[in-house]
Design a binder for this molecule. Structure first.
Ligand code: FAD
Ligand code: FO1
Length: 450
């Protein structure tokens, strides 16, 4: 059975008749997907067909071909796996606010299920869809282990205020996933939506060469092989190596988690079952569960998650007091994008993101903080960091990114430190500090060799 805490009605309408549709968006997977499981259990209850629909929006938050190519490859595998279970997968293309209601009304659907997402753009999409359909709509939080709305009913101050709330409810929600069943009620042949227009990636003009990252292979099956390799080869020394960009010590799971190709809950269950040393397990689960759910909490409860206004009062005050401090260097967009600053470490981080599509987690903190140091205003820094992050990161356009940037530049979920120019009391990071933590020259050489 599905824990009712995961299901959230978006309108007060009752089911009358018609098929059940799961509008897949954030959680692009067949296995371990509570939204899909809930949609099937409603379709079985009403003895009606179950359909899955995905609407490809143009230019989603600055996404480029690489990210679309990765996503579409994963969705192609999803559509194949669903067809094996007699669950048709429909591609829509265009503005979801228009295309989704049109699909539901045309096919006379009776119930819409979608997946929880704290981003403003998704809240807007769902509001508009609800205004244009007259059927019950529910969203299911299948991205978080503890559903975001259940973990906390307000914006949390820091990890230490959310952690106890998470740990108190973890065992209630950390349940194993039931299997999805082959669906017994299928649509009559020739009915209105049999067409289910097939959209490949041809209209995105994705070239096999430059437009696909060769560092990450997309899809649910590959996501599991990345997890298995992480558990087998890296988890044991994760707490020792996770902050060393010169080592390959982190999981590499974020692109798969971002596109929902693997469930964080499944990862947590698999990791907990291993007999790896407790310190590394705890350190990984802290990132996977507490830090990640803290990002959803920040974006869900703070509409200014992507701007200076979202920062805590103390940070806005101290950063404003230092607005007029002279900046030693000021760089323009092209100099950042092309990694042409005076700092070889920063340039290497930027090049890692551009070449691999994924910058090492530790260096993202340094990378963002230097953008604050080398732009003319805090607002320009936030805008530049978000734009670069969402343009080049495979795992970009994600609550973790907006929150990570707000942490680095605006002290969100952090505390005040000793005051200094430009940063005020926001935590500072220096190249010297990095040199005391890891082999900076080795990292730079590795990136140059990419
Ligand atoms: P691992 O260390 O193996 O972590 C496993 C998972 O735990 C990650 O996939 C992620 O889901 C979660 N996690 C780890 N660290 C964090 C964190 N600090 N905050 C929230 N969740 C975390 N993450 C993104 O997914 N997309 C982004 O666009 C993004 N931008 C960031 C920008 C800045 C300035 C900062 C400081 C952090 C950003 N992060 C972002 C968070 C973190 O750096 C990445 O999630 C992590 O590096 C992904 O690599 P991994 O899965 O190999 O990491
Ligand atoms: N979700 C959609 O429903 N439709 C899209 O066309 C779409 C494109 C897209 C491109 C890049 C990317 O990183 C994410 C994209 N997503 C899309 C949303 C994604 O699945 C996540 O829901 C959010 O980015 C994070 O919450």
């Amino acid at each position: 059975m599905i824990n009712a805490g995961r299901i959230h009605s978006l309108n007060q309408l009752e089911y009358q008749s018609g098929s059940v549709v799961y509008w897949m968006s954030r959680d692009q997977r067949v296995r371990d997907n509570w939204a899909l499981l809930y949609a099937q259990n409603q379709a079985l209850k009403y003895r009606v067909p179950l359909k899955v629909v995905f609407c490809r929006a143009p230019k989603f938050l600055g996404a480029r071909k690489q990210q679309y190519a990765f996503m579409m490859e994963g969705l192609r595998q999803v559509s194949q796996d669903l067809n094996l279970l007699h669950i048709p997968f429909h591609w829509l293309k265009g503005d979801p606010e228009k295309e989704v209601p049109e699909f539901l009304n045309r096919t006379r659907a009776g119930l819409l299920v979608t997946d929880f997402d704290p981003l403003k753009i998704k809240k807007r999409w769902k509001e508009k869809v609800c205004m244009n359909v007259s059927i019950p709509v529910a969203d299911v939080d299948t991205h978080n282990i503890i559903p975001c709305r259940i973990a906390s009913d307000k914006q949390e101050y820091a990890a230490y205020t959310l952690r106890p709330k998470i740990h108190r409810k973890l065992y209630e929600f950390l349940e194993p996933f039931p299997e999805l069943k082959p669906h017994p009620f299928s649509i009559q042949t020739g009915s209105a939506d049999q067409t289910g227009e097939k959209i490949g990636t041809d209209d995105l003009k994705i070239k096999e060469t430059g437009d696909r990252t060769q560092f990450f292979q997309s899809g649910e099956k590959h996501a599991f092989s990345v997890l298995e390799r992480f558990i087998r080869e890296k988890l044991d020394h994760y707490s020792r190596d996770r902050n060393d960009p010169a080592k390959d010590g982190i999981s590499g799971l974020s692109p798969y988690l971002h596109f929902g190709q693997i469930s964080a809950q499944k990862i947590a269950i698999e990791v907990m079952e291993t007999d790896v040393n407790e310190v590394s397990k705890e350190s990984f689960l802290e990132e996977l569960i507490v830090r990640r759910e803290l990002s959803d909490n920040y974006c869900y409860y703070n509409n200014n998650y992507d701007s200076f206004e979202g920062f805590p009062q103390w940070a806005r005050k101290t950063l404003s007091a230092h607005r007029r401090d002279p900046r030693e260097n000021i760089y323009q967009w092209e100099q950042f994008e092309n990694a042409e600053t005076h700092d070889p470490l920063w340039n290497a981080a930027q090049m890692e993101m551009v070449k691999k599509g994924k910058m090492h987690g530790y260096i993202r903190m340094y990378w963002a903080k230097k953008i604050l140091e080398w732009t003319s205003s805090v607002e320009a820094a936030v805008e530049t960091a978000i734009a670069l992050n969402d343009k080049y990161e495979l795992d970009g356009r994600d609550p973790n990114g907006y929150t990570g940037i707000a942490w680095a530049i605006g002290g969100v979920h952090d505390r005040a430190w000793f005051e200094r120019p430009v940063f005020g009391k926001v935590r500072y990071m220096s190249e010297r500090g990095c040199r005391s933590k890891f082999d900076v020259d080795q990292y730079i050489q590795q990136i140059e060799r990419l």
